[in-house]
Design a protein around this ligand. Structure first.
Ligand SMILES: [Fe+2]
Length: 321
């Protein structure tokens, strides 16, 4: 394990928080059991860490990404690449040649990450939706974002406009900063936090837990009339509603943010890591220049389905009946 990515917290053993696992990428070792083990580690809330990224990013692409930070006012937020539409959003003030170049770089990055994951996570048999990739050129420390959008507050991920209905949010990252580490904190995983919230051990109230995992007939009817396209909340299942509210609840819970046990991670320049961010509560404290690809993995291919947020919430819904 690379020392730089070890948890900085001294009492890590007592806290039973997430751990970092460093896979051995030698092809000879990639037996089906081993690959299944990687899926299980991810699903248990581990971060899989690659001190040296398995993704080949050409030097001139890197130079382009790092060099374009200085374009005045061009960056308002992350730059998103939508692989299925081959389209870039979230930037402006770029001349068309630069925009085209960026699109090409992101297309290649996205293709390469997906190609790598297709073999590395072979047990999933590519039963996923390829979601957005992103380029994150802003320094994360001190970003001026509204509370619910802040990256430096611990949270589990939920997408307000892209409901997953229980499918999983898997994210693959590259720190492309040539000098600086990208610094995260994590705390306990979704299953543990839910249990603490239920038993009143998380101050700051509770988010009502879903009593059923299926949408009401009325909501399904409206969605089938096409009205779901107008209101994201109509498209959301009880699962998505809960995950969105839980994301907000964690960020708004200042007591939790201050007092929860934390692990610190430093991802060095040139490294990659991946994690189920709907389960591992995480925050980015500092760092600049990262690439990321999101996959929405079908909940039907989970190796440890009972650990997934959907599995946890389903059990609670049944026990509440
Ligand atoms: Fe996040």
């Amino acid at each position: 394990m690379n020392e730089a990515a070890r948890p900085k917290t001294e009492d890590e053993d007592q806290m039973q928080l997430g751990t970092i696992k460093k896979p051995d990428l030698s092809a000879a070792l990639q037996t089906p059991e081993r690959l299944r083990g990687y899926c299980a580690q991810l699903e248990a809330g581990d971060i899989l860490f690659f001190p040296e990224t398995p993704i080949d990013i050409p030097a001139n692409d890197l130079a382009f990404l790092l060099g374009h930070q200085q374009v005045g006012g061009a960056y308002h937020k992350n730059i998103a690449y939508r692989p299925l539409e081959d389209r870039i959003t979230g930037f402006d003030a770029w001349d068309s040649a630069s925009a085209e170049r960026l699109r090409g770089i992101m297309r290649r990055y996205s293709d390469d990450v997906i190609g790598f994951l297709r073999s590395f996570l072979a047990p999933y048999q590519a039963r996923w939706k390829v979601d957005y990739a992103s380029y994150r050129p802003e320094e994360e420390e001190g970003r001026d974002l509204s509370l619910r959008k802040r990256n430096d507050l611990l949270h589990t991920d939920a997408f307000p406009t892209r409901p997953t209905r229980g499918d999983r949010i898997l994210r693959f990252f590259n720190n492309i900063n040539p000098q600086k580490t990208r610094n995260w904190i994590t705390t306990e995983t979704f299953d543990v936090l839910i249990e603490k919230m239920r038993t009143g051990k998380l101050n700051g109230g509770r988010v009502p837990l879903p009593s059923s995992m299926t949408s009401s007939a009325a909501k399904r009817g409206l969605a089938s009339l096409g009205l779901g396209a107008l209101a994201p909340s109509l498209k959301r299942s009880p699962y998505d509603e809960f995950m969105m509210r839980f994301h907000n609840y964690l960020k708004e819970n200042s007591e939790f943010q201050k007092n929860c046990p934390k692990q610190h991670w430093e991802f060095p320049p040139g490294s990659s890591w991946m994690v189920y961010t709907d389960m591992v509560s995480h925050a980015v404290l500092s760092g600049q220049f990262a690439l990321e690809q999101t996959l929405i993995v079908s909940r039907e291919v989970m190796v440890v389905p009972e650990k997934s947020p959907y599995g946890v919430l389903s059990r609670i819904a049944v026990s509440q009946r």
